[in-house]
Design a protein around this ligand. Sequence first.
Ligand SMILES: O=C(O)CCC(=O)C(=O)O
Ligand SMILES: [Fe+2]
Length: 340
Amino acid sequence: MDPFDPPFRETYKTLFDNHFKNELSTKGNKIEDLQEANECEFELPLVDLSRLSQGGIESEKCKQEIAKASQEWGFFQVINHGVSHEVLENMRSEQVKTFKKPFHDKVNGQCDQLDFLAGSYRWGTPSATCLRQLAWSEAFHVPLSEISAIDGVTGLSTTMKEYTNIVSILAEKLAEILAEKIGQKPKFFEENCVPSMCYIRMSRYPSCPVSPHVFGLMPHTDSDFLTILHQDHIGGLQLLKNGKWIAVNPKQETLIVIIGDLFQAWSNGTYKSVEHRVVANKLFERFSTAYFLCPSYDTIIESCDETPVYRRFSFKEFRQQVQEDVKNYGHKIGLSRFLL
Ligand SMILES: O=C(O)CCC(=O)C(=O)O
Ligand SMILES: [Fe+2]
């Protein structure tokens, strides 16, 4: 264990003790479905976005691929997305440096010249009642408004600004294409997705000696419109398709697009918000950066279909319901709460 790692073993000692005591009596008790992911015959769609600027039939075909992947997979990869190699690399190296600060400085928000990160640090799962619910990861969860408000004095803040400026344009462009394909107003995102609600999550998954007994990140769906994810070369991200977990293998220079719950509701179930998770790695640490496209709290999510599957709700209502369910049941229930 490195000195900057969160104290997983000490803090969650009771969960570890209970788990391994039970394991001796029941044999196994590991995350039993982990093996399936590698035996996958499917290839996650890969969309070349350079065709969007060609106009005409190529651009139209590209838009159709984006919509099809969002319907069939709720997950796809993009290349030629407009985020340069340099921007991706800078973001990664600044992120690595930040996570390698002493654990207590990260918790107390006392990282040198990184005051804007204060209060944004998360690690583990405070509500976990068993080892399977413990996320073996740490993250900085930073609203865009925090980033834009700071003067770019440090490497990290300048790099984050640069990164989010360009990724937010990409997120909005993809969202507009998806809106157009279901007959919703493409301008919706420009009008409703304000920077104070969109955020970036920088994650680190330390190497995990007790893998496969814990996840890096538990199975979940994203509570936003869509997420743009950049993962490093280690791997571990998986998505659920037809009841099977499928590995999203790292591919250099690609970004991953994940459809969130709000798009599923707004499209009346046409686009899918699928479960995904991160498997902890025994030997290597892993880094990822996720950008979440979210609307303001009072934005109403309502399908334009004549026979809606979900009742209309505000984003605030959705978030409150998720928080309440997590508190009462230990996990998110999500969109099924809003079914008609
Ligand atoms: O780190 C990853 O690959 C996935 C992160 C993720 O799913 C999330 O932050 O919601
Ligand atoms: Fe996610």
